[in-house]
Design a protein around this ligand. Structure first.
Ligand code: SF4
Length: 321
């Protein structure tokens, strides 16, 4: 079956079986094309919270995103094409590390990036994403009336949030990073920029400081998308310093512009574990009422953890309104 036929079948099965498909910008383009909603972590959390009315959500992203959708939708079935698609950055932090830092700094609030497990969120005061980290850090500092906050697990995002907010950050655990973004070097960015000197350089805040300092724009995947949307008539070329999936989306939506990836290593192996074929398989099981077989694909955060993790997520969503 061709990709187009597979996509057509997926859309038909989805519509007959009370399913919404959410996909992250880092998914392969053929998965992006069949999604009802496409977004970054914050956008998809908000959609999972407010817009999805169906009984089933298929979440094409990585595990922590599906967990967040489960926390926000305890009455729905959250299905993932691949349970092994995890975020290595999230694995830097666990609840015991958070508790240790809380014991050492009992007065300070804990801010955790959404790229964490549900169990870590349950130990946090507020979550943040790369879109809102600066704002969240400022708000929680004011709410707790302190001069510092605990922040984890991404070191580069922590440095970026500290620099832009002016709020001192203690990193937890101290060595967390995304292997995709943190491996982008300034040399690679400059090399690509020299080849395309009129291009605008857009990078993600999970990139290292010297790369961020060189960029014209620093933002989340949705932030970068919106930057291009606003500027595509003014500039022809853009260097995209984040996962390749965003570049594929931009190339499809802005066909008259040129987009360049500064490193061929900007590919998240976990995000790419999701496959169209597995999405179709899940939909076929639903179509044939074989719901017992869905256990293999379902992500359900235990109620006790979900209830505690809901508070920091809700606080983030309220702050982000
Ligand atoms: S790109 Fe980085 S932060 Fe995003 S899911 Fe992959 S490893 Fe995690």
């Amino acid at each position: 079956m061709s990709i187009k036929e597979l996509q057509k079948n997926i859309v038909r099965l989805k519509e007959n079986n009370d399913v919404t498909i959410l996909a992250h910008y880092y998914q392969d383009i053929e998965i992006q094309e069949i999604a009802d909603y496409l977004g970054d972590s914050l956008g998809l959390s908000q959609i999972a919270n407010r817009k999805t009315k169906t009984k089933y959500i298929i979440f094409a992203g990585v595990l922590f995103m599906a967990e967040t959708a489960s926390i926000l939708n305890q009455d729905k079935h959250i299905l993932v094409p691949e349970k092994e698609a995890c975020c290595p950055l999230a694995n830097f932090l666990n609840p015991n590390i958070v508790k240790e830092f809380r014991r050492a700094y009992p007065e300070l609030p804990v801010v955790t990036y959404v790229n964490t497990t549900a169990a870590v969120k349950a130990e946090s005061d507020v979550c943040c994403t790369s879109s809102n980290s600066v704002y969240i850090v400022k708000r929680i500092k004011e709410e707790f009336n302190v001069n510092e906050v605990l922040f984890g697990p991404d070191n580069n995002l922590a440095e970026y949030a500290e620099e832009k907010s002016g709020v001192k950050i203690i990193k937890i655990p101290g060595d967390g990073h995304c292997y995709v973004h943190s491996h982008l070097t300034l040399d690679k960015v400059k090399f690509t920029h020299n080849a395309h000197p009129n291009s605008k350089v857009l990078v993600h805040p999970e990139c290292i400081q010297e790369v961020r300092d060189y960029a014209d724009f620093i933002g989340s995947t949705a932030g970068m998308y919106n930057y291009v949307k606003k500027n595509y008539k003014n500039y022809k070329d853009f260097i995209i310093g984040t996962e390749k999936g965003l570049l594929d989306r931009l190339a499809a939506d802005f066909p008259n512009n040129k987009f360049y990836l500064p490193s061929q290593n900007l590919i998240c192996k976990d995000m790419k574990k999701n496959k169209l074929q597995t999405i179709e398989k899940i939909l076929k099981l639903l179509d044939k009422n074989k719901s017992k077989k869905l256990v293999e694909y379902e992500v359900k955060v235990p109620e006790e953890i979900a209830q505690r993790a809901l508070n920091p997520i809700n606080k983030m969503l309220q702050y982000s309104k």
